[in-house]
Ligand binder design. Structure first.
Ligand code: GLN
Length: 488
């Protein structure tokens, strides 16, 4: 029998609802697991055990009071990326500049998880300010891939992916600006969902690139993604970019056959440099979807080649503006100077790591007078073309299938001195953010030697999460990959 920390969020919530397990037992199982293996995996920057157990006891009282029926995550421990505000907990974005900063409020996603009954705990490691693809840019330490501790878990939400894969929590929350949920989910063998831009409120998410950022989940299976998405979605008066689109019952949407659903295969995603076993795994997954009744259609997304260049102009431009607020006056760290200008520059010089500085410099450059038209404005126009490619494709198909990443998890240190190589590890995930659509990564097999997980990415129409989840669920249920655990 699985221990409580290994259960999916759905299974655990059911066990707690039926009083076969308590929230305290579930939380203790996660905390024990963390004590046992997090010294090796290093998914958590910190966690507040007393607070987690107090929430668990409150959840058990709520179960006794009969609240479980309408609180679908009652008693389920969910861990949080260090980029989301949780009241009275550290909020550091894995950066020295926010060292010691404690959030005075809950992000909307956290409020919603609490309303659904979840136990919200822990600060999960990440690349500093979510800039990176491996967690090597964390100012503290690199998280390790539970499938092979010499390898990175992906990033920037590497802690969120590793913690779920290693059963240190039932599910976790991350953010995705260019692939930071889907890429680490693929590399750690869990399910990662990036919702449509505007589906989930960003209030309380420290902004990296505001027009690209979106909050989403890491889960042990697709039905948990549906469960969490339902809990965190919906319009929020505190985020004017959240959209007043009704929130479907995503769990219901998983039911039924995918017969007749049309799936697009973009020819531009079969690139050189892709590992042959990755293309083979994706091809096998596509064959499987076809066996389940889906129609496979070749499509074209002609502006795909420009996505990386476009992203690495727009994201740094927005980041350079967003990160201007970390000035030593309002948050976290301050290094004094003779006058305010010197204080700002010393604080930012000491507080930001090299990748963050690189992005700020890139971003201010592409926005500066004389270069704005050539870089930023042009990238915005290309972005519109990329979005239009997807909208054209979605006239013909219900979803688009691609690999999530070109390779499996790489070794720590392998790409850390080559920013361009690092940037290319998101080559398949960034278009989705530029277009503002939704995407999921679901396990689709393993590299044989060494055994490392691979991910299938499914992209959906704006607010088309229900179709996405249905396809991912049908595939998952028919594949042998579900529920495989790393050898830890
Ligand atoms: N790896 C990409 C970057 O470094 C995406 C990061 C993310 O999605 N937050 O910008």
């Amino acid at each position: 029998m699985s221990t409580l920390n290994q259960l999916t969020a759905g299974e655990l919530a059911r066990a707690i609802r039926r009083k076969e397990a308590s929230a305290r037992q579930a939380t203790e199982a996660c905390l024990n697991r963390i004590r046992q293996i997090d010294g090796q995996v290093k998914a958590f920057l910190s966690y507040d055990e007393a607070d987690a157990l107090a929430q668990a006891d409150a959840a058990d009282r709520a179960v006794a009071a009969g609240e479980a029926a309408h609180r679908p995550l009652l008693g389920v421990p969910i861990a949080i990326k260090d980029v989301l505000a949780v009241r009275n907990q550290p909020l550091g974005c894995a950066s020295k500049i926010l060292e010691g900063y404690i959030s005075p409020f809950d992000a909307t996603v956290i409020t919603r998880l609490r309303e659904a009954g979840a136990i919200v705990f822990g600060r999960l490691n990440m690349d500093e300010f979510a800039m990176g693809s491996s967690t090597e840019n964390s100012a503290y330490f690199t998280t390790r891939n539970p499938w092979d501790l010499e390898r990175i878990p992906g990033g920037s939400s590497g802690g969120s992916a590793a913690a779920v894969a290693a059963d240190e929590c039932s599910a976790s929350i991350g953010s995705d600006t260019g692939g930071s949920i889907r890429q680490p989910a693929a590399l750690c063998g869990c399910v990662g969902l990036k919702p449509t831009y505007g589906r989930v409120s960003r209030y309380g998410l420290v902004a990296f690139a505001s027009s690209l950022d979106q909050i989403g989940s890491f889960t042990k299976d697709v039905s948990d993604s549906a469960l969490l998405l339902k809990a965190i979605s919906g319009v929020d008066p505190k985020d004017s970019t959240s959209v007043p689109e009704s929130v479907p019952d995503y769990a219901k949407a998983l039911e039924g056959s995918i017969k007749g659903m049309r799936i697009g295969l973009p020819k531009e995603y079969m690139i050189d440099g892709m590992h042959p076993e990755v293309s083979a795994a994706v091809k096998a997954a596509v064959d499987q979807l076809q066996k389940l009744g889906a129609d496979i259609v070749e499509i074209s997304l002609p502006h795909t080649d420009y996505a990386a260049a476009c992203y690495y102009i727009i994201a740094p431009a927005e980041a350079s503006a967003n990160l201007a607020r970390f000035d030593g006056v309002r948050y976290g760290k301050r290094v004094d100077g003779a006058d305010p200008i010197e204080m700002y520059s010393r604080t930012r010089g000491a507080g930001f790591g090299p990748e963050v500085k690189r992005r700020i410099i890139l971003g201010t450059y592409v926005l500066s007078s004389g270069y704005y038209d050539a870089f930023y404005l042009r990238a915005q126009k290309v972005r519109t073309l990329i979005r239009q490619d997807f909208l054209n494709a979605f006239e013909k198909v219900d979803a688009i299938v691609t690999p999530t990443t070109p390779t499996a998890a790489f070794k720590a240190g392998e790409k850390s001195n080559d920013p361009l190589q690092m940037y290319l590890s998101d080559i398949f995930t960034i278009s989705c953010n530029l277009a503002g659509i939704c995407g999921i990564s679901v396990p689709c097999g393993f590299l044989k030697e060494p055994k490392l997980p691979l991910g299938l990415q499914i992209l959906g129409k704006p607010f088309g999460e229900a179709a996405l989840l249905k396809l991912a669920h049908a595939y998952e249920q028919s594949s042998p990959w579900r529920g495989q655990k790393p050898p830890l």
